[in-house]
Design a protein around this ligand. Structure first.
Ligand SMILES: NC(=O)c1ccc[n+]([C@@H]2O[C@H](COP(=O)([O-])OP(=O)(O)OC[C@H]3O[C@@H](n4cnc5c(N)ncnc54)[C@H](OP(=O)(O)O)[C@@H]3O)[C@@H](O)[C@H]2O)c1
Length: 169
């Protein structure tokens, strides 16, 4: 059984996380941070997020991939599928040192925050607005301790400045 969750997301300046079921930016240092943070752990995603990942990149390698869907017969190759967050958390066991990461999208971030089990959130705050149609849920940041992990400035590979924070309870 899983009793604590970590969460990871990248947000634009309006808390936007996606548009047309896709990401809106290409920021390699943030993508690397996502890979490094989640490698070896369990990643839990919504069915739309799963659909948005190009086939050649899924399941995300080196991680236990979990997809949440209410569709009775939904299958995702190489992934575990559950029809609720509660069933997922009841049925999974973490190995020593392993975390369960909620990796979005918006519906699944909201579910996790409602569960009260989110002890750690990694948020990349991007200093640019992209015209999103999907947004990170409002959450009470005052109940978390906020630590800046690193900053990235605009360069030839990064079209926007961003800062990566860890929020912990
Ligand atoms: N910037 C970031 O860090 C980041 C990270 C991840 C995703 N994204 C973006 O977020 C967008 C997708 O987010 P989204 O909110 O539209 O979709 P989502 O949260 O990825 O997936 C929604 C789906 O999850 C399933 N679901 C929702 N609640 C459930 C529940 N209580 N129990 C079981 N299954 C449940 C349903 O699947 P069924 O319809 O199959 O029942 C629902 O349609 C995309 O644009 C993606 O690129 C951004």
């Amino acid at each position: 059984m899983i009793s604590a969750l970590s969460m990871i997301a990248a947000l634009d300046a309006n808390n936007g996380i996606g548009k047309d079921n896709d990401l809106m930016w290409n920021l390699p240092a943030d993508m690397q941070f996502f890979k490094d943070s989640t490698k070896g752990h369990v990643v839990i995603m919504g069915r739309k997020n799963y659909d948005s990942i190009p086939e050649k990149y899924r399941p995300l390698p080196g991680r236990t991939n979990v997809v949440l869907s209410r569709q009775a017969n939904f299958e995702a190759e190489g992934c575990l599928v559950f029809d609720s967050l509660a069933t997922c958390l009841q049925n999974l066991e973490l190995k020593d040192g392993q975390k369960a990461f909620i990796i979005g999208g918006a519906q699944i971030y909201a579910l996790a925050l409602e569960s009260g089990l989110v002890k750690e959130i990694f948020l990349t705050h991007i200093d640019k607005t992209y015209g999103a149609d999907t947004f990170f849920p409002v959450f009470d940041a005052t109940t978390y301790k906020k630590t800046l992990l690193f900053s990235q400035a605009i360069d030839e590979k990064h079209e926007a400045n961003f800062k990566v924070y860890q929020y912990t309870k």
